[in-house]
Design a protein around this ligand. Structure first.
Ligand code: MN
Length: 383
């Protein structure tokens, strides 16, 4: 089993989602919940961006920096690094992440720089960050749209300058899984073995989690993810999806993330949903409200015989009490009987047969059947 570092970046990239603003005490609360979840590394913010964010990073560094690595993001300039280093003061385990574009699109339109100039600045700023702390990460922004040879050279030079982690962001969600897996493996091969290569994937084409997993297969030893997948535009690879994929398909990915307490997934998702004010989609993988609801009769019958038939994940594993059977026009007699029993009604076989028909006739036009609907119908039926 290989080791994989989950780096939760909800407090940085997650906060960059349009309309999200975590206040310092809210960031502290989310960080506390991430610690309960067992995450060993969090990117807490972008201190130069605002005084409030510098304060948040400092609060988190002081409160949790003895137990987990607290990381702060910087652009490749001295001021960003100085402010970040100051904000991280008080943490035993801290990390500075230096971000610099490597794609020609970014160099030309954003920085108006040549490749050589950008490489020189990256190296100089990694060296500068190293004067504040040993743990420095370099992020090659827009890595997936960068010239591969140039990207390789920048990564090598930044490692020589002291970076211990190299992050390969798919900044605009451009990559496909095969491509991203290949890119990661290419960079892993080009660098010394002790250097950690990290994924960082966006979901513009709905591929963030698939790309992250492909990157892990390609040799990445760190994955940057956000709770509920919140982040720039449509977001990042979702922490809970990557975590559960690695856990359920251990046979496939062979990564040990036993340090994660998956039973805290729902609590973490709910807290981030509440404080970000971004509602989790009803049918979102793992944490969506319908993830453990079953309405079709065939599935309900199977589940009542054994949950393994139609439920990949044990809801208890992520902190829920169990799966739920929902009644509707597609549900069957077994679930109806089960529901009636739970509501305190015991119908014999003959009654059940007639009631099931009566129930169907009366619920065909309903979008959703509640417990009260069932009680009303069974009471009417008994009269
Ligand atoms: Mn990002």
């Amino acid at each position: 089993m290989g080791f994989l570092l989950i780096n939760d970046i909800t407090l940085r990239d997650g906060e960059q989602a349009a309309g999200v603003n975590f206040f310092p005490e809210e960031k502290l609360a989310i960080a506390g919940q991430l610690v309960k979840l067992g995450v060993p590394l969090i990117e807490a913010g972008f201190p130069i961006a605002s005084e409030s964010d510098a304060k948040s990073v400092n609060l988190i560094a002081k409160e949790f920096g003895n137990n987990i690595i607290v990381c702060a993001m910087c652009r490749a300039n001295k001021k960003d690094i100085e402010v970040a280093a100051k904000a991280l003061c008080g943490a035993k385990k801290s990390r500075i992440q230096v971000v610099m574009g490597t794609s020609d699109i970014h160099l030309k339109h954003k920085f108006d720089m040549t490749r050589q100039q950008a490489l020189d600045i990256s190296v100089a700023m990694v060296k500068y960050a190293k004067t504040f702390m040993v743990d420095v990460e370099f992020a090659a922004e827009d890595a997936t749209r960068s010239d591969r040879n140039y990207l390789k050279n920048v990564c090598k030079a930044c490692v020589e300058a002291g970076a211990r982690t190299i992050e390969l962001p798919d900044t605009v969600g451009y990559a496909t899984p095969d491509e991203y897996g290949f890119l990661v493996s290419m960079i892993v091969k080009a660098l010394p073995e002790e250097i950690v290569v990290s994924t960082h994937c966006h979901d513009d084409l709905g591929l963030a989690v698939a790309n992250t997993l492909a990157g892990i297969k390609g040799g990445a030893k760190q994955a940057e993810v956000t709770i509920n997948g919140i982040g720039e535009r449509v977001g990042n690879a979702a922490s809970e999806e990557v975590i559960m994929a690695l856990k359920i398909r251990k046979d496939e990915f062979k990564k040990d993330i036993n340090y994660i307490n998956t039973k805290e997934i729902i609590n973490t998702s709910k807290l981030v949903e509440k404080l970000s004010k971004i509602k989790v989609a009803y049918n979102k993988a793992i944490v969506g409200r319908s993830a453990f609801l079953h309405e079709s009769g065939i599935h309900q019958d199977g589940l009542l015989k054994s949950p393994q038939t139609y439920q990949l994940i044990d809801p208890k594993d992520i902190g829920l009490t169990g799966y739920q059977l929902v009644l509707g026009k597609l549900s069957g007699k077994h679930a109806l009987k089960d529901k009636l029993k739970k509501l305190g009604y015991n119908l014999n076989k003959q009654e059940m047969g007639i009631f099931a028909k009566y129930f169907k006739e009366n619920t065909e036009k309903k979008k959703f059947v509640t417990d009260d609907d069932v009680i009303n119908l069974v009471e009417k039926f008994k009269k």
